[in-house]
Design a protein around this ligand. Structure first.
Ligand code: BDR
Length: 317
């Protein structure tokens, strides 16, 4: 079975991505590391435990990681995911933070990869602070990964957080820079514009949530806030590529679960802008070769949408 380690800032689409992985019979989820992002790292831990509870998988270890970016202050995405990161739909029976492991996320990441050299696919659906700290502590880490799958960055300088910046990269540009430059392993990027061009229709969404399962009912509750926000005027303007719903993090996860999902991609060296009036956090795609970097990332362009829909559907069954 394919071994996955997942780093999340568990908002609603992280929840969808985790559920997609848990539903895949070919996957062994070794652990979930949490980081600041959509909400505080404490909320992220709580939300992750709620998702695992909804899937009866509380035995999967959850680790708490960085509460702040490497430089600067935290931003969050409460306007979209809800203030608690999971749709502001609290559950009185939610598991407590006492279930979070004592070991920190960065140590756990280093330990788990070293215990399974060459076998772990690391999926990051959040600001990259934990991954950046881990590679600084253990520079050999990338060489021991099977692959790195990231939801983040952008390819057309269309931001969702600043004019040019996608949320995960803008929330910690230095961490994104470190990861894109220090992880010299097979790297797959599900960037913002690609996820928008690969939207699922609202009709699919309705049928998806109407499945007669506890997982679908759980998703319908936590997703309501984002659905309403998606219909708001500001977000319609932000959304590239027409209407529909974007489960951004699920594309990175699905690519890690099934190698045949991505049917079209580009390979280029990439980096991140760290300064600039409007461009801090924006991803740079070096199509010409100015960066003189040998390492390239696979930038997803098209996925098999029928396969993706099947994976999403299975996530709630
Ligand atoms: C990314 O930002 C977050 O709000 C989502 O969870 C996703 O990881 C999209 O830019």
């Amino acid at each position: 079975r394919r071994k996955l380690l997942v780093d999340v800032d568990c908002g609603v689409d992280d929840a969808q991505a985790i559920m997609l992985a848990l539903a895949a019979p070919s996957v062994e989820l070794l652990g979930i590391t949490c980081v600041h992002g959509n909400t505080t790292v404490e909320n992220v831990c709580r939300n992750t435990l709620r998702v695992l509870q909804a899937c009866s998988k509380l035995e999967i270890p959850v680790f708490k990681g960085a509460s702040k970016p490497i430089l600067g202050v935290c931003i969050n995405a409460g306007h979209f995911h809800g203030e608690d990161g999971l749709g502001d739909a609290p559950d009185p029976n939610a598991p407590g933070l006492d279930l979070v492991q004592k070991e920190g996320a960065v140590s756990a990441m280093i330990r788990i990869v070293n215990e399974n050299p060459g076998e772990v696919s690391l999926v990051a659906t959040a600001p990259l602070t934990n991954l950046a700290l881990a590679v600084k502590m253990d520079p050999s880490l990338p060489s021991k990964l099977r692959g790195l799958y990231i939801m983040g960055g952008n390819t057309e300088s269309r931001g969702n957080t600043t004019v040019c910046g996608e949320f995960n990269f803008t929330a910690d540009p230095e961490a994104a820079y470190i990861v894109l430059n220090d992880y010299q392993c097979p790297t797959y990027l599900a960037c913002w514009e690609f996820t928008c061009y690969s939207k699922l229709s609202w009709e699919f969404c309705d049928a998806w949530l109407a499945q007669d399962t506890d997982k679908a009912r759980f998703m319908a509750r936590i997703f309501r806030h984002s659905i309403e926000a998606s219909h708001g005027e500001r977000l319609q303007k932000e959304f590239v590529g027409g209407t529909g719903f974007v489960s951004c993090d699920s594309y990175a996860m699905a690519a890690a679960v099934d190698d045949s999902l991505v049917v079209e991609s580009d390979r280029y060296p990439v980096s991140v802008e760290l300064t600039g009036t409007h461009t801090r956090g924006m991803m740079i795609v070096d199509t010409v070769g100015f960066l003189k970097k040998a390492h390239t990332a696979t930038i997803m362009k098209k996925v098999d949408m029928e396969k993706f829909k099947r994976m999403m559907t299975a996530a709630l069954q």
